[in-house]
Design a protein around this ligand. Structure first.
Ligand code: BES
Ligand code: MN
Ligand code: ZN
Length: 497
């Protein structure tokens, strides 16, 4: 998709479709009013006749209005003006993009970017429009025998900015928006691929190929390497599977040599059957998404490389498949992690923490300034926060705050849960240093407690993306979250350097 930032009034645009907002009830936005004036009151008379109230998400597509060089005008209902905020802004962008992608118009000029969103500037609105439109346009049809793409898809979007002097901010916003969207699309693609294609080996190949294309140094540790390092916990997870595990290491070097990197650690369980503690059959297919943390590490590195951010970032992906088998982990087994700490595997379905703990110990060698792990770790997080916020826990308040802020800015939000020492007791066991589960209560927190024991040597934050990484139901698919949050965090780190 081509995006352009431009200033100018709708009467002068020659394009496939002009998009403008109408508030409830029948209150024209500034640009809709200009269209109304140019067309001698066509819009207001249509509204008077009851064709549109302006309720959020309503649409009215008009063709060949008099005195307008554009073929179409799309009016979008924006709801009550004083309730118009970020969520509504995203909604109207989704509406416009969905509708126009399925009409004959291949280009649009949108004035939605000029609507007032409290606390948000033009750069934010432009960037959010870019990522929202790309999100709507995204298709995953490579496994269908015939493509299901629309016949005349949207190809070009002009994003209106109020003044000429806003154009350069608009262009920078487009650049960031496109980089984020490319990272999101890469993450979605990997997430949507099924477990029989997207194996740990496939992830390693994709990581290596990405590294070659973007000059990111890549290496892959094999099971034998992991044995030498003593990664008994990670290895125990893959033992039930025919698929060999991989530890994928990517080093993006945009900063000065020797500058301490930021480390991103991703859970890459390419299929989570639960293992011997096997999951129920319903929706088990969704456990192909259990590598979305890993995919978001790749997606974020892709956005980072595209933006050529001036910092060093290390990505580490712990990839394995969790299956039952003659050699699989059994409840009660005790394994020794790379850190030397022993773990009693009381439930083989709590495998994410078992692979992540060794990956966390592994990143110590990079002496990172901050470590962020990203994982579809607990069903409890879906219950606690639903699909709107990722769970966030960690051992450094300033780092947590940085990430929460980046989430708000990118509108890919996270919500912090406490990591108080009282919860640690739930991991006590008579037979090892810790158990891998902490009982029914506070499942997201006890999972993070487990990880915290492997993150003592650095500032660390854990993002539980079990509820945010994919959508179920009819629109089933990976979301690409939290690539926007992570990329924003890295962009902010560059600004504050
Ligand atoms: N991958 C799952 C977490 C998950 C479950 C994500 C449902 C999204 C939707 C993870 O490996 C898991 O199975 N966690 C268990 C932990 C439990 C055994 C302590 C869970 O959440 O039930
Ligand atoms: Mn599991
Ligand atoms: Zn899992």
């Amino acid at each position: 998709m081509e995006f352009i930032a431009k200033s100018g009034s709708p009467q002068k645009q020659r394009t496939g479709c002009i998009v403008a907002g109408v508030f409830d009830s029948r209150k024209l936005s500034v640009r809709a009013r200009q269209i109304d004036q140019a067309t001698e009151g066509m819009i207001s008379s249509l509204l008077r006749r009851g064709d549109m109230e302006g309720k959020l998400g309503q649409t009215l597509l008009l063709h060949h209005l008099p005195n307008l060089p554009s073929e179409r005008v799309l009016l979008i209902g924006c709801g009550k003006e004083r309730e118009f905020a970020e969520a509504q802004y995203c909604d109207v962008n989704v509406k416009a993009a969905k509708l126009l992608n399925e009409t004959g118009a291949t280009e649009m000029t949108t004035y939605l970017t000029e609507l007032e969103v409290k606390g948000r500037n033009i750069a934010w609105k432009v960037r959010q429009s870019v990522t929202t439109i790309e999100d709507v346009i995204y298709r995953f049809d490579r496994l269908k025998s015939k493509s299901v793409s629309p016949r005349r898809p949207l190809r070009k979007v002009v994003l209106a900015v109020p003044k000429r002097s806003d154009i350069s901010a608009g262009e920078q916003a487009i650049k960031e928006g496109k980089a984020i969207s490319n990272g999101v699309a890469m993450t979605k693609d990997l997430g949507n691929l099924p477990g029989n294609i997207c194996t740990p080996t496939y992830l390693a190949e994709q990581g290596t190929e990405f590294g070659r294309e973007y000059s990111v140094a890549t290496s892959v540790l094999e099971a034998t390497d992991m044995e030498e390092l003593g990664m008994g916990s990670l290895l125990s997870v893959s033992r039930g599977s025919r698929q060999p595990p991989k530890l994928i290491v990517l080093e993006y070097k945009g900063g000065h040599e020797g500058d301490a990197p930021i480390a991103l650690v991703g859970k890459g369980i390419t299929f989570d059957s639960g293992g011997i503690s096997i999951k129920p059959a319903g929706q088990m297919d969704e456990m192909k998404y259990d590598m979305c943390g890993a995919a978001s590490v790749l997606g974020t590195l892709r956005a980072t490389a595209e933006l050529q951010l001036p910092l060093n970032v290390v990505g580490v992906i712990a990839a394995a498949e969790n299956m039952p088998g003659g050699n699989a982990n059994k409840p009660g087994d005790v394994v020794t992690s790379m850190s030397g700490q022993t773990v009693e595997v009381l439930n083989t379905d709590a495998e994410g923490r078992l692979v992540l703990c060794d990956a966390l110990t592994y990143v110590e060698r990079f002496k990172p300034t901050s470590v962020i792990d990203i994982a579809t770790l607990t069903g409890a997080c879906v219950i606690a926060l639903g699909s709107h916020a990722s769970g966030l826990l960690g051992n450094s308040e300033p780092l947590a705050r940085e990430l929460l802020t980046a989430g708000k800015e990118s509108y890919d939000r996270a919500w912090q849960l406490p990591l108080w020492s009282e919860y640690q007791k739930q991991l006590d066991t008579n037979f090892a240093d810790m158990a891998n589960i902490g009982g029914r209560e506070a499942g997201t927190i006890t999972a993070a407690c487990f990880l915290s024991r492997f993150a003592r040597k650095f500032k660390w934050t854990h993002l539980d993306i079990a509820g945010t990484a994919w959508k179920g139901g009819k629109a089933k698919g990976a979301t690409g979250r939290p690539v926007p949050l992570l990329t924003q965090f890295l962009i902010n780190r560059c600004r504050n350097k």
